[in-house]
Design a protein around this ligand. Structure first.
Ligand SMILES: *Cc1c(COP(=O)(O)O)cnc(C)c1O
Length: 375
C-alpha cells in the first residue's frame, strides 16, 4: 500500500473540506445539531469497534464499546420512564432503523396487527411497513401536523377486532407536531382493545420534549411500548446514529441465537457501529440532563426569536408549541437554495438546532427582506 495519497486525491479531499466548511453557515434547514466536538475521541478512530449482536451480551472479540452502549440505553430508558426491571434497547444507525425494529417487534407480538400512521409521519414508516409486508391504514393529520384523532377513532373502530399497532410521531418532519399517546390510548380504551402496540417515532423531538412543560404524554409511563430517537439530530454527531428503547420482555419474544459471534442476534444490523455509542455516551456525560435541557431552551428561544422577526417584517410564519421548527411561507428559489431549505408545497421550514446562531438567522431574515417577493 502506498503511504501517501497522490496529489490529485489530496486536492479532491481538500476541496471537499473547503466546500463543507463554506456551506456550514447556511445549514439552518435540516435538523442536525452542529455544536458538537468529539476531538477527544479521535484516538479511537485507529480501531475497529464492532458492537455485533445484543448490547447486553459481550461478543467473543473485545474491540467493542458495549459497556458504553449499555449506559447510553439506560440514560434514555430512565429519561423515557421505561420500567426499571423490564427495559431493553440498542444504539441503531438512525431513527429509521429504530422504527424498523419497533415495527418488526410489533409484528412478532401481533402478527395480524394493522399499522396506523398519519399523513405527517416520516417516510421511513410507509417504507418499513412495506419491507415488513404489514397491513396499514393512513390517518389524516390536523393542519398543524398532529394526528386527527377523530379520523383515528373512525378508522380504528372499524377494525376493532384486529390488533392495532400505532405509530405516534413526536416531532413531525415538516412542522414538529407531536401526537398524544394519552389520547391514542384513551381511544383504544374506549373500544376495549387489548392487543395494541404504540410506537413513538421521536427521532427529532423525543429527547427535549421530555424536559418541557406542560408534560407531553409520549413515554413508557404514558403508554408507549417502544421509542426511537435519532442521535445525530438533537444530541448531534458526525455520523448518523440513533437509539431504540423497548421492554425486555417484548425483545425476548423475537430474539434469535447466533453461535458464530457469541452474542444473541437481537438487532436489525449484524455488525454495528461501536463509535457512535461512544459519542452518545460522551455527550451525555459532558452535558448531563441539565446541559441538554438548557441547550433545548436556547433553541426554543431562538425559534421564538426568528418567528417574531418574521412577524415583524410581515413574512408569514408559524410554529408549534415547544418546538425548534419555524414554518414559513416558501421564499424565492434562490433563498431556498442558498439556505438549503426543505420545502413542501407552499411551505418551507427553519429548524433552530443547537449550534444555529442568532447571527445566522438575522442574515436569513435580511435575505428575505431584500428578496423581490417582499413587499
Ligand atoms: C429524521 C427522522 C426520522 C429518520 O431518522 P434517520 O435518523 O434519518 O433514519 C424518522 N422520523 C422522524 C420524525 C424524523 O424526524
Amino acid at each position: 500500500m502506498k503511504s501517501r495519497l497522490d496529489k490529485h486525491s489530496r486536492d479532491t479531499l481538500r476541496s471537499f473540506h473547503a466546500q463543507i466548511d463554506a456551506d456550514s453557515p447556511f445549514f439552518i434547514g435540516f435538523p442536525g445539531s452542529v455544536d458538537f466536538d468529539y476531538s477527544e475521541l479521535t484516538p479511537f478512530f485507529r480501531y475497529l469497534l464492532n458492537n455485533v449482536g445484543d448490547p447486553y451480551e459481550d461478543p467473543l472479540h473485545t474491540n467493542h464499546s458495549k459497556h458504553f452502549e449499555k449506559e447510553v440505553i439506560n440514560f434514555f430508558a430512565d429519561m423515557f420512564r421505561a420500567p426499571k426491571n423490564d427495559r431493553w434497547g440498542y444504539v441503531t444507525n438512525g431513527g429509521t432503523e429504530g422504527n424498523l425494529y419497533a415495527l418488526y417487534l410489533a409484528r412478532a407480538l401481533h402478527p395480524k396487527g394493522v399499522v396506523y400512521y398519519t399523513t405527517s409521519a416520516h417516510y421511513s414508516i410507509p417504507k418499513n411497513v412495506q419491507i415488513l409486508a404489514m397491513e396499514s391504514v393512513v390517518v389524516e393529520s390536523q393542519p398543524n401536523g398532529e394526528m386527527d384523532y377523530k379520523d383515528f377513532r373512525k378508522k380504528v373502530s372499524r377494525n376493532r377486532k384486529r390488533p392495532a399497532i400505532i405509530v405516534a410521531t413526536i416531532g413531525t418532519t415538516m412542522t414538529e407536531a407531536k401526537d398524544s399517546v394519552y389520547i391514542i390510548r384513551k381511544i383504544l380504551g374506549d373500544y376495549s382493545m387489548q392487543d395494541v402496540f404504540v410506537h413513538c417515532d421521536a427521532a427529532l423531538a423525543g429527547v427535549y420534549t421530555e424536559y418541557m412543560l406542560p408534560h407531553h404524554p409520549f413515554d413508557f409511563a404514558d403508554g408507549a411500548d417502544s421509542i426511537s430517537i435519532s442521535g445525530h439530530k438533537f444530541i448531534g454527531s458526525p455520523m448518523a446514529c440513533g437509539v431504540v428503547i423497548t421492554r425486555k420482555s417484548y425483545r425476548d419474544r423475537v430474539v434469535r441465537d447466533s453461535l458464530y459471534v457469541g452474542s444473541p442476534d437481537s438487532t436489525i444490523s449484524g455488525s454495528r457501529n461501536g463509535h457512535t455509542p461512544l459519542m452518545l455516551w460522551y455527550t451525555i456525560k459532558k452535558l448531563g440532563v441539565d446541559g441538554l435541557y438548557s441547550r433545548a431552551l436556547k433553541s426554543m428561544e431562538l425559534a421564538r426569536y426568528l418567528h417574531t422577526e418574521l412577524q415583524y417584517i410581515g413574512w408569514t410564519s408559524w410554529k408549534n408549541e415547544n418546538s425548534f421548527t419555524v414554518v414559513i411561507k416558501k421564499p424565492p428559489d434562490a433563498i431556498v437554495h442558498k439556505w438549503q431549505l426543505a420545502t413542501y408545497g407552499e411551505w418551507s421550514h427553519i429548524v433552530c438546532m443547537p449550534g444555529v446562531t442568532q447571527g445566522q438567522l438575522d442574515k436569513f431574515v435580511d435575505d428575505l427582506k431584500r428578496s423581490k417577493h417582499y413587499k
